[in-house]
Write a protein that binds this ligand. Structure first.
Ligand SMILES: C[S@@+](CC[C@H](N)C(=O)[O-])C[C@H]1O[C@@H](n2cnc3c(N)ncnc32)[C@H](O)[C@@H]1O
Length: 299
């Protein structure tokens, strides 16, 4: 017989989401889902922070649901004043089948193997790595850059193909997924930079979750000292071309530059934009409407 779940749905002020999510994870012993968060959107431009968000938690219906609901309502009541003071709607409970649950919110964030050994694993999923696997844990409730976007996947595949780099610079680090992957692949020193300070905070949380050390900064690219064995940039084509000189200047002799975030129809535009960079185009990969270009500094 199908297993069933009691889905408790709470509509709360955006500021309360993380606190409530932690509370519900502990209370239910299961993962939670957070709606109204833009995941894997390509840039932060135009994304407005919603005032409220919907947090869903999943309980075994055989447990004392009246008691659990009372605890949740008490938690919401205790925190309402600190987060705007407006009354928080009473949570709703819906009985759902296991099948609905697994084909609903979870289907977007399942453990994913990328390339040969990289594995992106949602925090709540159990996973037994195979020998040589490099596992990256992410909580998709936190930011874009979960590995579900083709531009991220193309970057990860290209990075793995290049082997074990020594120094890596991740330009536009977002969730930090590429920087974490670089550490997992053996990089000794990794710097992640992003113009968005919030992204840098999220990347810091993800690095801590994975127990990896990455230097995270908002420093403009031109001011980052040194050269790197691999420079990664998953940013839009126009930005890549605008930054071509600075990106190329960061690649050490014999090193590589991985460019992603390029719509296939803009591939020629980027190739022409890097014509005078002094780097040689050595590989191109594509997935759907996206292209990824790998350049080499022949030194
Ligand atoms: C599509 S996300 C990529 C996230 C992650 N690296 C990945 O591959 O999934 C692009 C990121 O680049 C950042 N960004 C855009 N322009 C930038 C610039 N000129 N310098 C640094 N970061 C930039 C954005 O804030 C955003 O976090």
């Amino acid at each position: 017989m199908d297993k069933q779940w009691a889905e408790v749905c709470c509509q709360v002020p955006a500021g309360l989401v993380d606190l409530l999510a932690d509370f519900l994870v502990e209370l239910s012993g299961n993962g939670v889902s957070i709606d109204n968060r833009a995941l894997d959107t390509f840039t932060l431009d135009g994304i407005e922070e919603p005032d409220t968000a919907t947090v869903r938690a999943y309980f075994n219906p055989a447990t004392d649901m009246a008691g659990q609901l009372a605890r949740i309502e008490r938690f919401l009541g205790d925190n309402a004043t600190a987060f705007g003071g407006a009354p928080i709607p009473t949570p709703t409970v819906t009985l759902i089948r296991d099948e609905d649950w697994s084909t609903g919110w979870r289907q977007h964030f399942v453990t994913t193997r990328i390339g040969r050994h990289l594995v992106i694993k949602p925090t709540w999923e159990p996973f037994t790595p195979e020998p040589g696997d490099r596992v990256i844990e992410l909580d998709p409730g936190m930011a874009f850059g979960t590995g579900t976007h083709p531009t991220t996947r193309l970057c990860l595949e290209a990075l793995e193909t290049l082997g074990c780099p020594d120094r890596v610079l991740d330009v536009g680090t977002g969730s930090g997924i590429l920087a974490i992957a670089a550490v997992r692949l053996g990089a000794r020193q990794v710097i992640g930079t992003d113009i968005d300070p919030d992204a840098v905070i999220v990347a810091g949380e993800n690095c801590a979750l994975n127990g990896v050390e990455v230097e995270l900064v908002t420093t403009p690219l031109a001011l980052i000292p040194g050269r790197f064995d691999v420079v990664l940039a998953n940013i839009l084509a126009e930005d890549l071309v605008r930054m071509a000189g600075d990106l190329a200047a960061k690649v050490a002799a014999g090193g590589h530059l991985i460019l992603s975030g390029i719509l296939t129809e803009r591939e020629t535009f980027v190739v022409e934009g890097f014509d005078r960079s002094g780097l040689a185009l050595v590989a191109t990969s594509r997935e759907g409407e996206w292209s990824c270009l790998v350049y080499r500094n022949r030194g």
